[in-house]
Design a protein around this ligand. Structure first.
Ligand code: PMT
Length: 410
């Protein structure tokens, strides 16, 4: 089953008997690696105690719309910004109608309005309520606006009726949630991604490096896996766990990274160079630790191989995406690198800003090709990288289609 690691999910629990199943849902989502924040409507707290969800999710449960303590910790706007997905399970007829009307008189309603992430709902109600024209029309409205409806099950209901309206089983809901995070836009495509810094030795204990944490390259690898790609992640030394399901190759120096990338790109289709590769290395690496005897020492450095540039020359059929880490003239310098390094696209980020770029959790980038300059607004790296992967997939498909039509006409 697909993993949900690093996915941030708000679980909205509303006031129906099926709320007891939401406890199992939290347990399953957490087991798959998701981080869960539970938001309960006041009616839901009549069915299950918030403490149950707090214990299972490991986080405080949110329920009041106006709560100064909660607002100080994580208010409704912050919660909405935090989430990768809002899942409402069970979703009662009343909550469904609240969402349709866009009412913000409950915490859940306010979060839904402020959300910049997908919403899924798992309705649960009496079978007559489920078939009522008002419910049918409300669900159609939500569906039209992109809310995914997890259809209820048929069976005997708490009220004694038999029919459609039982909330879908937690295992089914979890499968649908996992599927929501996965697409097939790069299905079967072979991607090679470099990430993190390189280290160039000075002596056995010292090295030249930079501030790259690997977060950007690792988030790209995770997004590519979600999109169905077979990913080889070539990583410099970092302190973060690798995403699931990619082939991780650890390297240290630029030379190691080049050798690994050249080999992996041998049967790759797309190469993304997110690593902050050291441009220079020491000509003479001291075999012994350099002693602190002189006030001034001089080191001679030589240029490292330009990995992305060399690989785009060696493999002209590879779709090659570089990065540009700039502190001034962002777009102009990135366009120059796009051209000089013979790249298909380049992703420019301003590394003079402390809130984005090196070692930050967020990034704001520009996707640049020979025809396009597109801004991807500041957001968490995981989200920015999902957008980048969509752009790469679309551009790669376009290039393949153009090559096919050229072959047919020529
Ligand atoms: O790792 P994080 O902390 O999350 O930070 C992310 C990041 C800032 C490192 C990332 O977003 C980024 O900008 N990566 C590229 C860093 C860089 O080296 O940029 P550059 O402008 O110096 O190099 C241009 C391109 O050439 C890059 O694709 C780089 O990988 C590549 N390059 C550079 C030098 C070299 N010897 N070989 C290369 O392949």
């Amino acid at each position: 089953m697909d993993s949900l690691s690093n996915k941030r999910i708000i679980l909205g629990v509303t006031g129906g008997i099926a709320a007891y199943k939401s406890a199992d849902l939290v347990r399953r989502l957490v087991k798959m690696g998701a981080e869960i924040r539970v938001v309960m409507t006041p009616a839901a707290t009549e069915f299950v105690r918030p403490l149950t969800f707090q214990a299972l999710s490991g986080n405080t449960v949110h329920s009041a719309l106006v709560d100064s303590d909660a607002e100080a910790a994580m208010g409704h706007i912050e919660l909405a910004k935090w989430a990768d997905l809002l899942l409402v399970a069970p979703a009662t007829a009343n909550t469904i109608s609240t969402l349709v009307q866009g009412r913000a008189d409950t915490l859940l309603g306010a979060i839904y309005l402020a959300l910049n992430a997908p919403t899924m709902i798992a309705p649960a109600m009496n079978q007559a309520m489920w078939h009522h024209p008002a419910t049918i029309s409300n669900l159609e409205t939500l569906s039209r606006t992109g809310v995914e409806i997890i259809e209820p099950d048929r069976g005997s209901q708490a009220c004694g009726d038999i029919g459609l309206g039982r909330m879908q089983e937690p295992s089914q809901i979890v499968d649908r949630v996992a599927a929501r995070f996965h697409s097939e836009i790069l299905l079967g495509r072979k991607l090679v991604i470099t990430a993190g810094p390189t280290r160039e030795a000075i002596d056995p204990v010292r090295y030249i490096s930079n501030h790259s944490s690997g977060k950007m390259g690792y988030a790209l690898a995770a997004a590519a896996v979600e999109a169905g790609a077979a990913v080889t992640l070539i990583s410099g030394p970092v302190d973060i766990p690798p995403p699931d399901k990619c082939l991780l190759i650890n390297v240290t120096s630029a030379e190691d990274m080049y050798e690994a990338a050249k080999k992996a790109c041998g049967n790759g289709e797309i190469f993304v160079s997110a690593a902050a590769v050291a441009d220079y290395r020491c000509i003479d690496i001291s075999e012994k630790k350099i002693k602190k005897t002189k006030n001034v020492i001089t080191m001679s450095l030589e240029r490292n191989v330009d990995i992305v540039s060399r690989i785009s020359t060696l493999k002209p059929n590879l779709y090659v995406v570089g990065f540009a880490a700039e502190t001034e003239n962002l777009i102009k310098n990135a366009k120059a690198k796009l051209h000089q390094k013979r790249l298909d696209a380049i992703i420019a980020n301003d590394v003079s800003r402390p809130d984005i770029g090196f070692n930050a959790d967020d990034n704001e980038v520009f996707w640049i090709t020979k025809d396009i300059v597109k801004n991807l607004a500041r957001d968490r790296k995981s989200r920015v990288c999902r957008e980048i992967i969509q752009l790469i997939a679309a551009a790669f498909d376009e290039q393949k289609a153009a090559e096919t039509s050229e072959e047919q006409t020529g």
